[in-house]
Design a protein around this ligand. Structure first.
Ligand SMILES: [Zn+2]
Length: 185
C-alpha cells in the first residue's frame, strides 16, 4: 500500500544539485515515518565536510503521543546526547518540511546556524514569522539562515506529496490524542 513512495525513491534522478543527496536522506526518513503512522517528515544533520552526523524522523505517534518528537527535535536530541563537543556552527540541518514554531525555537537554542528545507509549509512553517519574535530570539535568529534547499524539483515535490498525503489523518489523530484517545497500532 505504501509502494508508490518506494517507487518514487527508486525513480529518483542522479544527484546534480548541491543538496540532492541530503534531500534523499530526508525523504527516506520521511517515508519511514509514514510507515510508522507518523507525520512524514525527515531530517539530517551534516557537518562542514559534507558527512552525515545523524538523521531522524517524526515519531510523534510512536508508542503513544509525544507532541515534541518532530524530525528536527529528534535530530537535535541525538546531537546533544552523542556529539556534545561538535561545534554547532559547522553543521547544516536539512529537513523535508519547513520547520514549525516549536522546532524553529529549538534550532536557535541548539546553536544551529544553517537550515535547509525541501518544501515550504504554508500552514505551519515559521521561518517567515521571525518578525514577531521577542528581542533576544530575534537576535538569535539573525545569526541563523533558514532557506529552501537547492534541490531537483523531484525532491521538493516528493517531500510535499509525503506530507499532503495523510495531513487530514494526522490532524485527526492529534486532536484525538488531546482527548486522551491514543492510536491503537
Ligand atoms: Zn516541528
Amino acid at each position: 500500500m505504501e509502494k508508490p513512495h518506494f517507487s518514487a525513491l527508486n525513480q529518483a534522478p542522479a544527484a546534480h544539485r548541491r543538496d540532492d543527496v541530503w534531500a534523499r536522506v530526508c525523504c527516506e526518513q520521511a517515508w519511514l515515518s509514514q510507515q510508522e503512522c507518523c507525520y512524514p517528515v525527515g531530517a539530517v544533520l551534516v557537518n562542514s565536510a559534507e558527512e552525515l552526523v545523524c538523521c531522524g524522523r517524526n515519531q510523534v505517534f510512536e508508542g503513544g503521543y509525544h507532541s515534541h518528537r518532530h524530525a528536527e527535535m529528534e535530530v537535535l536530541t541525538q546531537l546533544e546526547a552523542d556529539f556534545p563537543t561538535l561545534p554547532r556552527e559547522e553543521l547544516t540541518l536539512y529537513v523535508s518540511l519547513e520547520p514549525c514554531l516549536m522546532c524553529f525555537g529549538r534550532i536557535l537554542l541548539a546553536g544551529i546556524k544553517r537550515v535547509r528545507y525541501l518544501t515550504p509549509d504554508a500552514l505551519g512553517g515559521f521561518t517567515q514569522g521571525f518578525h514577531f519574535l521577542p528581542p533576544v530570539w530575534r537576535e538569535l535568529h539573525q545569526r541563523a539562515s533558514f532557506e529552501q534547499a537547492y534541490v531537483d524539483t523531484f525532491w521538493s515535490d516528493l517531500a510535499q506529496q509525503l506530507v499532503s498525503r495523510n495531513a487530514n489523518e494526522m490532524r485527526e489523530k492529534t486532536t484525538a490524542a488531546w482527548q486522551g484517545k491514543l492510536p491503537d497500532h
